[in-house]
Design a protein around this ligand. Structure first.
Ligand code: SDX
Length: 427
């Protein structure tokens, strides 16, 4: 027996089925609401709206739970690898050793870019933001692979998915190399996915590059933490673009564009810039006051979340990883102390407690990435590199969803009612 939800509107009653998932909130299926009532629902920002069914990622924001295909992010971060999490998100189950080996080989064999793509970089100013470069180059990929754009052919969808996952590290590393005026390095198939990325980013043709194991492990874990996150803004962008049947590479470019915003993936860059602006802990109260001031647009970057009303479980792992990287590299950074102090002060301030504003994935990531050697401008590009796995998995799930149709929201119209054109002579 399916539960139903009743709606009484303009003296008319209508009923809608209530659907239950395996876990999490039920949904009211309102697909027939407009036909039954002539009214739309109104939910700017989709704060109470489920846009799709999905089996990929589950978040319990009140409990601070994040599961990928049922596996807790903390266990995956500690025991898995980014390639294994990519396989899990794409295929639904953890791979056998043989399945993982085959998957890694497939991805490795697609890490090279078409040689023509390197010329796209030359069109950018050297000081172009890496996210601008990523948008442009990933969008350009849609002009190169005409053998994998029939999105209704599972084989073509999978080859496009593998190409995207495989080429993002190469594209991101080339964006960094271009910005510092160093030559591009080709992928090295003898290295791991993450080791290959580190070498393409920090290696130079003039000498052998040794991947630091602790850095490789930390980077791989950071990729895992960023892999997927339910129907966030950039994933919803990829799904909406894909719902029209658009080229998969163009859909991922749309996701990159959305992720760039400081309210979303751009927050990791903004958070480290904020911590540097704060400088020393004695200036924290000034910034806390600004964050609470309704007349000041300033927000604590790396704090708050649409879904998490508890500590973001990814931030917990990220903070632990800061200490591991600092120990491994024998470095320290006073900005980490400032971040820890800021968190402590904010989490004891009634404004943040009442609004349930906790550190999110972006609060500590910049401290680690900076210690590894990335410039702040590369932080969101790294987020895009990792989130491509989630975007691609969500895109595949959307295309194979029998409920799926082109996304086309409606509106509450507040403009003028119909009126006649006024000739210039009469204005
Ligand atoms: C990511 O969706 C995802 O899953 C995203 C992500 C992923 O993995 O894909 O997790 C990645 O984007 C993490 C979030 C990164 N963004 C930031 O760190 C930027 C700072 N955070 C805020 O801009 C904000 O918290 C959002 C955008 C993250 C969430 O905003 P919401 O859900 O729309 O909440 P809101 O803006 O309505 O805020 C609720 C209240 C408001 O006050 P009131 O109007 O109720 O008085 O909390 C306040 C806000 O002013 N508030 C903050 C704040 N965040 C919210 N006040 C100060 N500092 C902040 N950071």
């Amino acid at each position: 027996m399916t539960d139903t939800a009743e709606l009484s509107l303009a003296g008319k009653n209508s009923e809608y089925p209530v659907l239950s998932g395996t876990v999490g909130p039920d949904v009211v299926d309102i697909r027939k609401l407009y036909g039954a009532t002539g009214a739309f629902t109104y939910d700017p920002g989709f704060t109470s709206t489920a846009s799709c069914r999905s089996a990929l990622t589950y978040i319990d924001g009140d409990e601070g739970v994040l599961l990928h295909r049922g596996y807790p992010i903390g266990e995956l971060a500690e025991q898995s690898s980014f390639m294994e999490v990519a396989y899990l998100l794409l295929n639904g189950e953890l791979p056998s050793a043989d399945e993982l080996g085959k998957f890694e080989t497939t991805i490795t064999r697609h890490t090279m870019l078409h040689e023509q793509l390197a010329t796209f970089y030359r069109g950018f100013r050297r000081d172009a933001h890496p996210m601008a470069v990523m948008c442009g180059v990933v969008g350009a990929l849609s002009a190169f692979y005409h053998d994998s754009t029939d999105i209704h052919d599972p084989q073509q969808r999978m080859i496009a998915s593998h190409r995207l996952i495989a080429k993002m590290p190469t594209i991101a590393a080339m964006a960094y190399k271009y910005s510092v005026g160093q030559p591009f390095l080709y992928p090295d198939n003898s290295l791991s996915y993450t080791g290959n990325f580190l070498r393409m980013t920090f290696g130079v043709p003039a000498e052998q590059y040794e991947v630091h194991p602790a850095v490789e492990k930390a980077m791989d874990r950071i990729f895992i933490l960023h892999a997927d996150h339910e129907q966030n803004a950039s994933t919803s962008t990829v799904r909406l673009a894909g719902s029209s049947g658009a080229n998969p590479f163009a859909c991922i470019a749309a996701g990159i564009a959305c992720l760039w915003g400081p309210a979303h993936g751009g927050a990791n860059e903004a958070a480290l810039n904020m911590l540097h602006e704060i400088g020393t802990p004695d200036r924290i109260p000034e910034f806390i006051a600004r964050a609470k001031d309704k007349n000041d647009p300033f927000r604590l970057m790396g704090f708050g979340h649409r879904v998490y009303k508890n500590y973001d479980p990814r931030a917990t792992v990220m903070q632990k990883t800061v200490r591991e990287v600092f120990d491994a590299l024998k470095v320290s950074d006073p900005v980490f102390e400032t971040a820890l102090r800021l968190e402590e002060i904010a989490l004891n301030d009634s404004y943040f407690v009442e609004k349930k504003l906790f550190p999110n994935v972006d609060f500590y990531s910049g401290v680690i990435l900076s210690a590894i050697g990335f410039p702040t401008s590369m932080f969101t590009a790294l987020f895009a590199l990792a989130r491509t796995v989630g975007w691609v998995a969500q895109w595949n799930e959307m295309i194979t969803d029998p409920d799926q149709k082109i996304g086309r929201p409606r509106q509450l119209y507040t403009g003028p009612t119909q009126r006649s054109y006024v000739p210039m002579s009469k204005r």
